[in-house]
Ligand binder design. Sequence first.
Ligand SMILES: Cc1cc2nc3c(=O)[nH]c(=O)nc-3n(C[C@H](O)[C@H](O)[C@H](O)COP(=O)(O)OP(=O)(O)OC[C@H]3O[C@@H](n4cnc5c(N)ncnc54)[C@H](O)[C@@H]3O)c2cc1C
Length: 542
Amino acid sequence: MADGAGERTYDAVIVGAGFSGLYMLHRLRGLGLTARLYEAGTGVGGTWYWNRYPGARVDIESLEYSYSFSPELDAEWTWSERYATQPELLAYLNHVADRFDLTRDIQFETRVTAAHFDEAANRWTVSTDKGEAVSARYCVMATGVLSVANEIAFEGADSFQGKTYRTGSWPKAGVDFTGQRVAVIGTGSSAIQSIPEIAAQADHVTVFQRTPNFSVPAHNGPIDPAVAQDWAANRAQYRREARETGFGIRMVDQQDQLALDADAEARRATFEARWQVGGFALLGAYGDLITDLSANATAAGFVAEKIRGIVKDPQIAEKLVPKSFPIGSKRLCVDTGYYAAFNRDNVSLVDLRETPIEAITPTGVRTSDATYEVDAIVYAIGFDAMTGALGKIDIRGRGGAALKAQWAAGPETYLGLMVAGFPNLFIVTGPGSPSVLCNMAVAIEQHVEWISDCIAWMGARQMGAIEATETAQAAWVAHVNEVAETTVFPLANSWYMGANVPGKPRVFMPYIGGFPAYRDKCNEVAANGYEGFAVSSDAQRG
Ligand SMILES: Cc1cc2nc3c(=O)[nH]c(=O)nc-3n(C[C@H](O)[C@H](O)[C@H](O)COP(=O)(O)OP(=O)(O)OC[C@H]3O[C@@H](n4cnc5c(N)ncnc54)[C@H](O)[C@@H]3O)c2cc1C
């Protein structure tokens, strides 16, 4: 294909209008490039556009889970609570889109179905479900790590005569459960956030649990004015400090001291103090919680004790205590009244390990020992994480090779940013980068800035294609696995491992070496003329 013959041409196509895509568009515009952004939804916001279930809110304090690239934006936006609700996050992202005049380059209600690399032209042809095809030098996948919900695979699900809801595509108008009997299937983060709210409204809620999760209280509320003032006065410094922590979260207040060096009483007091702070602070209490199983067990034991203390019925409490994986090895949930909800008369728990779901019937949920008649079913069954959205696009690189086939045994990338054989294709927070193990706002900004710097570098040298080398990629994949093996993470059947999707290869996808080490590696690679990447000019193409 000649450059753009018969097609609209852009310097870049971006897919997805969440946190990643919005900032990517802003940066590329800043370079004076033309970009087209495609978004399947009717508006911006990504995660915060789709996940409108009751109780949906961020689990990292909003002062930290927000953009830092614009001090003006940062200073003018005020969060009303420590952990913003979905509507507030959506309003924020709409504000960002307006403030930087982004929507004029965004095409909504358009799903990208294919992206094929044209080796002769060093360009991507990107096709959509609206029958369009455009040509772009660069293609940036800002498609999200938790944007494709798992399939509902229960027999008879279509036969259900009541209302069916999915947490990840909740009706915009909201749902009134008053007077209804509701089944909630799943006990991951979305279920944990929504169950207390649904229970406060519904006649009865039956929670169907396969695997209990660890959850810690958010202690949400208005931001303490003193905290807000201090943050405003020291914003730049605090943002920098966040970027120097392993998980990109300053408020975790990560300590190096080892849990196993502390005596039991002191450890308990430390955990208690952190439980009172709320959120991920608990995991920052000691430096060995995610690397040493015995240390991890001290934190897990503390939370188990809390669950037993909150839930009045000892049998229900025992079912809610996770026993099959180390704490933190699945994403720690942050809740408002989750365990206490099981003390309500209108909430009951069905343990699917004991009595699995056999089928959804026209009137309810049938397990191996009972049928639960309900008016509505809420599926909170998680996401095809990290690779799901990319797998839904027919992405073809050199020689027509399909990314999906290349990743059949698990995703392989260089730095989570690029894939060998797929020149000029960037992934924001892809597998092999800290991504979901980090404050995503921090991870996203770093990736978007690295990608736009790379594109600027290519432009300044009039280069046509950049691509990860097989060697650099193989070394990085080996490193990602090696680091994961030194932690407790691979011990859980988590979505980090792809274990929640039948047939998905069991591979630890994100990079657990810590955000600062990862960022330094990315910077070093760039400073060394994009070491580990092959760069060519258009004259050298073909
Ligand atoms: C319920 C929930 C709570 C979360 N809470 C936190 C949290 O507290 N802290 C944290 O750090 N992270 C959290 N996350 C992770 C969250 O996904 C990221 O923080 C962040 O919002 C990701 O932004 P993104 O732009 O990369 O992806 P997304 O926000 O997922 O946006 C991707 C967009 O791409 C679009 N898209 C995908 N494929 C296509 C296609 N083929 N064509 C067109 N459009 C497409 C989607 O419609 C979507 O709008 C949460 C995720 C979920 C689901």
